[in-house]
Design a protein around this ligand. Structure first.
Ligand code: ZN
Length: 159
């Protein structure tokens, strides 16, 4: 679920976004180092056959972190960003990208906080209009006069 676009992101969302960005930049640097080693090895070592595919996987990884973690967070889709950020954090730790891994895990917990902050004002947006005596059609949204049993607009039974 995407948070209402009119709502300003809270401090937790900001810090989640910043943490993911720093983690991502660190891994861009790691990828650049691996990639340049790969190209260096091309000329004199069979190691290039191992290093270049790893660099290629790392580039795909960076795109995934950007799309599923960073973009979703900056679009206000904290719920959608949560699970990928957790997975990226755990995978980073497992592949010895320790600093980025820790940053992603902190970002994951900040996303949870951002989600709580974002949904509190939902009480004001989501509630159907309360008009004394009028009967609200949950099917089409029309307000019907109190004596109606069925909706004037769509014919649905009014509960
Ligand atoms: Zn209706």
């Amino acid at each position: 679920m995407v948070v209402h676009p009119g709502m300003p992101p809270g401090p937790a969302a900001h810090s989640a976004k910043t943490l993911i960005l720093i983690g991502l930049i660190l891994q861009v640097v790691e990828t650049a180092v691996i990639l340049s080693f790969g190209f260096l090895f091309i000329f004199f070592s069979v190691l290039a056959l191992f290093v270049l595919p790893i660099a290629f996987i790392m580039i795909i990884w960076l795109v995934c972190v950007y799309l599923f973690s960073y973009r979703r967070t900056s679009d206000g889709n904290y719920e959608g960003a949560q699970a990928p950020t957790l997975v990226f954090g755990i995978l980073s730790l497992m592949t010895l990208s320790i600093v980025s891994g820790i940053l992603y895990l902190i970002a994951y917990s900040e996303l949870g906080t951002a989600l709580n902050q974002a949904y509190r004002p939902q009480e004001f947006w989501g509630a159907p209009p309360s008009n004394p005596g009028m009967r609200y059609c949950s099917h089409c949204g029309r307000m019907n006069a109190p004596y109606h049993s069925f909706c004037e607009a769509c014919g649905a039974r009014l509960s």
